[in-house]
Design a protein around this ligand. Structure first.
Ligand code: ZN
Length: 339
């Protein structure tokens, strides 16, 4: 049989001699074994690192094209896009990156403009992306919270299938997160339309960076004390707000608050996650990369170095977000709230 097979192969003399060489014959099974082992390890690695990225920014092509013109009338946008760390991304950049980094779903939003028209442009783009890739993406809309027409826009986006609002920039959009007279309308519509809110927050101490802003745990806590019924995610560890969940009354006020890890590699040492786990707050953290500013690799490294176990890592990388998305999409969430 073997002889017959090799006769039928169109091998040249040199190739045939190589195949018949006893060293090559001896090595062949090992080469196959090594390749299989490599594939197996890759699968194990990928399974371990599967994630849901809860903090992603996408820009409509029109915004990228007209960035200079928009910068002239949007000071916060101007500050962020004219920064060394800034990157653009459209959905066509995101999808291959998700494949490469084993991101199972991404929760995507545009940019928090002061102008409702520009927010609408972003929202239309996000709605379109989610409609085209419902198996990969969940969408967030944006409004300037104090603008006339903001409520209608939120309802339009909720109707179109978006699940949240964000990332809202209190400082950039001129809204005081701690002032109930400024937040009640947004909170009311979000609660009514079953949308969660993702707020940009930052640590009140430490180094400065473009877009850090002056809104931290104190303002975020005030929002939750005023609107404890609203589901809210505070970006960038909530500027440290999670620590105050150690106070019984704050844990109660923060019942519907979650935190994301966005910009972790730039802000905290890896072991902060072990501290969070020890504080019993790991169940409230979501993986969020702030893509396109950062990809998954730096977070994977930080997770590996953090000292937390694989189960907690899976919870933060994926489980907590999956549970939140499932609850947002459950039919019970669509029911009117109990009187
Ligand atoms: Zn942010």
């Amino acid at each position: 049989m073997r002889g017959k097979k090799s006769e039928s192969r169109p091998t040249g003399g040199a190739v045939k001699r190589l195949i018949d060489n006893k060293w090559v014959k001896g090595l062949a099974p090992w080469v196959v074994h090594v390749f299989r082992a490599d594939k197996l390890m890759k699968n194990v690695y990928n399974t371990r690192m599967r994630s849901i990225d809860f903090h992603v920014h996408l820009y409509p092509p029109e915004v990228i094209r007209d960035a200079e013109k928009i910068s002239a009338r949007e000071p916060y946008f101007d500050l962020l896009v004219h920064n060394r760390a800034h990157r653009w991304a459209t959905v066509d950049d995101l999808l291959p990156r998700m494949e490469r980094d084993n991101v199972e779903r991404a929760v995507v939003g545009g940019f928090a403009f002061r102008d409702l028209g520009l927010c609408r442009l972003c929202n239309d783009y996000i709605i379109d992306c989610v409609k085209k890739h419902p198996d990969k993406l969940e969408g967030m809309c944006l409004v300037p919270p104090l603008a006339r027409g903001a409520g209608e826009e939120l309802l339009r986006c909720a109707e179109a299938g978006l699940v949240g609002v964000g990332e809202l920039f209190p400082e950039g959009q001129g809204v005081d997160l701690s002032d109930i007279s400024q937040t009640w309308r947004l909170a009311g519509v979000a609660h009514e339309a079953r949308l969660f809110l993702l707020w940009h927050t930052a640590e009140p101490v430490g180094h400065e960076y473009a877009g850090k802003g002056n809104v931290g745990p104190k303002e975020a806590a005030a929002f939750c004390m005023h609107h404890p019924e609203v589901r809210v995610v505070f970006a960038h560890f909530g500027g440290g707000l999670w620590l105050y969940e150690q106070m019984p009354e704050m844990r109660l006020y923060l019942s519907n608050a979650l935190y994301d890890l966005a910009a972790w590699p730039w802000l905290y040492e890896s072991r902060v996650l072990a501290v969070i786990e020890a504080a019993g707050a790991a169940g409230k953290f979501l993986m969020g990369t702030d893509y396109p500013l950062l990809g998954s690799a730096r977070y994977e490294k930080a997770l590996a170095e953090s000292g937390i176990g694989p189960e907690i890592a899976e919870q933060i990388n994926r489980g907590n977000a999956a549970a939140l998305l499932a609850s947002l999409k459950s039919p019970a969430n669509k029911e009117p709230p109990a009187p």
